[in-house]
Design a protein around this ligand. Structure first.
Ligand SMILES: C[S@@+](CC[C@H](N)C(=O)[O-])C[C@H]1O[C@@H](n2cnc3c(N)ncnc32)[C@H](O)[C@@H]1O
Ligand code: SF4
Length: 372
């Protein structure tokens, strides 16, 4: 089996907190439109696809950037090409990351016809003052509009991304955001703590003292609140930052967390095949140039040692509800980590360590205990 990630490196505007490998059309070519900078992008992606293995495909995830900026006929060419050369499993999950502002009924119908069955909207917050600090362009009203349109069009699985811990966001603001998200017709929530990435506008604002990050106690309260509210609404946690109704867990992300094989198509995309990792040249223009010159876009690779694979399996498994198999740990690590049962940070279920909500707050520390 082989999962595919397809990177779409375009956004209309860069959000102040985001350091993803994405570009506005103007950054790529002075004064150019999205149509101009992206017109031959899919041709390059299809050339890269020729180098991938031909195993059957259980999941495809179009991420970005903002994949929903591209028309369904463009993204559909990639889905069709993967289907023709690899074959898709009957229940293949095909996800589109979307900005609530950039979808229309007609576009959504097109994505469904192209094979997409899961959509994830970047909602982030329901509070205009939080969205303003995040430097988001979308109007909060559009999230409900987009979710309802996606459901009416026929999407079987709908998710929203949220961010907590934005400067100036109170616990009550966050409660209002989660309440609003849970009032939508959705099946899945991802909630990420805001990370201040070096080099972003947000990092500069914090450095200047214009904004300040919330303290760790508030962040912890925000995490516990979203966990509790999701549980009450029938969305169970299945990974530290992800909650879903039964049967709506993101199969693609689970493949990453289980270290399955995946191929990342597009600039800066990473791939993982057996014990090998490799990644592409970062800039979209360099990526296209390489492929149109019949060269590989891969810039570097690493072969993971058995020890690295073992440590990574521990780090990933501890993040998941299915938990970490106790017998993966050394005797000393088992003794150390089992003490956290007494403090209410984890439970031992069927010889697997499963973190409680309190345990998830200190997941990094527990990973250190498990590795040591
Ligand atoms: C590629 S974006 C999703 C699609 C679309 N570009 C959008 O933002 O609406 C992936 C998600 O990453 C999260 N993200 C990006 N930068 C982050 C940061 N610095 N801290 C926390 N979450 C971040 C956001 O929640 C965002 O929705
Ligand atoms: S958060 Fe999404 S819309 Fe904003 S810059 Fe990053 S990828 Fe683009």
């Amino acid at each position: 089996m082989l999962s595919f990630y397809v990177h779409i490196p375009y956004c209309i505007k860069r959000c102040g907190y985001c350091d993803f490998n994405t570009y506005t059309p103007n950054e790529l070519q002075d004064g150019a439109s999205l149509e101009i900078v992206s017109n031959d992008y899919i041709d390059a992606v299809l050339l890269e696809l020729d180098a991938a293995p031909t195993d059957q495909v259980p999941t495809i995830f179009f991420g970005g950037g903002t994949p929903s900026l591209l028309p369904a006929k463009d993204l559909g060419r990639v889905v069709a090409a993967i289907k023709a050369r690899n074959g898709l499993t009957t229940d293949c999950e095909i996800t589109l990351e979307a900005n609530p502002d950039s979808v229309t009924d007609e576009k959504l119908q097109g994505y469904l016809a192209a094979g997409f069955n899961r959509i994830s909207f970047g909602m982030q917050s329901a509070k205009p003052h939080v969205l303003a600090v995040l430097d988001r362009t979308h109007n909060p009203v559009n999230v409900k509009r987009a979710v309802d349109m996606a459901r009416a069009a026929g999407f079987k699985s709908i998710s929203v991304d949220l961010i907590y811990g934005t400067p100036g966001e109170s616990l009550e603001d966050w409660r209002a955001t989660v309440t609003e998200a849970l009032s939508l017709d959705i099946d899945h929530i991802s909630a990420y703590a805001l990370i201040v990435e070096t080099g972003t506008k947000l990092a500069a604002q914090i450095k200047r003292g214009d904004l300040s990050m919330p303290n760790d106690d508030l962040m912890a309260d925000m995490y516990l609140l979203v966990d509790q509210m999701c549980n009450e609404a029938g969305l169970d946690w299945y990974e530290l930052s992800n909650w879903a109704k039964p049967g709506h867990e993101c199969v693609h992300n689970i493949a990453y967390w289980k270290s399955a094989n995946w191929w990342g198509l597009g600039p800066g995309a990473h791939s993982h095949i057996d014990k090998k990792r490799f990644w592409n040249v970062k800039h979209p223009t360099a990526y296209k140039q390489k492929l149109f010159a019949q060269q590989s876009p891969i810039v570097d690779s690493e072969l993971l040692t058995d020890e690295q694979l073992h440590d990574e399996a521990i780090m990933l498994a501890i993040r998941m509800r299915t938990g970490l198999a106790l017998d993966l740990l050394s005797d000393a690590a088992q003794t150390r980590i089992l003490q956290y049962q007494n403090s209410g940070h984890l439970n031992l279920i069927d010889k697997h360590l499963q973190l409680t909500a309190q345990g998830r707050l200190i997941a990094d520390r527990l990973v250190q205990e498990a590795l040591g």
